[in-house]
Design a protein around this ligand. Structure first.
Ligand code: HEM
Length: 151
């Protein structure tokens, strides 16, 4: 175990400290009035959610395949690792529509136009499905790290 493994593990946990609160706040912003202040809150939460996802991806791949933890074979042979990857990929797929929509809204606001936010209710549902998946991933990760689902 090296200092690098501790630092990358800490950053992986930091993503967990950022991810769930930001996706929760993004959901709240979607529920609230999407006026100028509401959009600012939505975009701020969306920024942090994006940072958390990137941090998860980079630090997670380093932990799994950077020789920092149990070594590649452990993860490649762990069913729960692959379940975790599938769940994370599902979050990524579910995020496509919100991501594209919020980028469009940001551009429209940048041009001084009011975005059409009629899809906010549906986006809220999707947001909460993503939030639920993240909770499941934490349990899968903890079981995986303890060797469940290996072999
Ligand atoms: C591409 C994405 C990801 C990869 C490759 C990845 C990989 C890893 C690896 C290799 C470990 C170390 C396990 C060990 O100690 O042997 C780990 C731990 C962990 N990961 Fe991830 N991860 C990813 C995304 C996520 C996400 C999205 C979450 C939460 C929603 C998450 C939560 C955790 C937690 C809580 C641990 C600590 C488990 C424990 O020590 O009890 N990871 N991850």
């Amino acid at each position: 175990m090296s200092a690098a493994s501790a630092i990358v593990a800490a950053l992986h946990f930091l993503a967990l400290a950022l991810g769930p609160p930001s996706v929760f706040l993004r959901g709240r912003a979607l529920k609230g009035p999407l006026d100028a202040a509401g959009l600012t809150r939505l975009f701020a939460a969306d920024n942090v959610w994006g940072i958390a996802a990137l941090l998860w991806l980079v630090t997670g791949l380093l932990r799994a395949f950077g020789g920092l933890e149990k070594g590649n074979p452990f993860y490649l042979h762990s069913h729960l690792f692959w379940l975790k990857m599938a769940l994370f990929a599902a979050v990524g797929l579910l995020e496509i529509w919100p991501m594209v929509t919020f980028i469009r809204w940001r551009i429209q606001r940048g041009r001084g136009q009011a975005p059409d936010t009629s899809s906010a209710a549906a986006l809220w549902v999707l947001n909460h499905v993503e939030m639920g998946l993240v909770v499941v991933i934490v349990f899968v990760a903890s079981f995986m790290a303890r060797g469940f689902g290996t072999g």
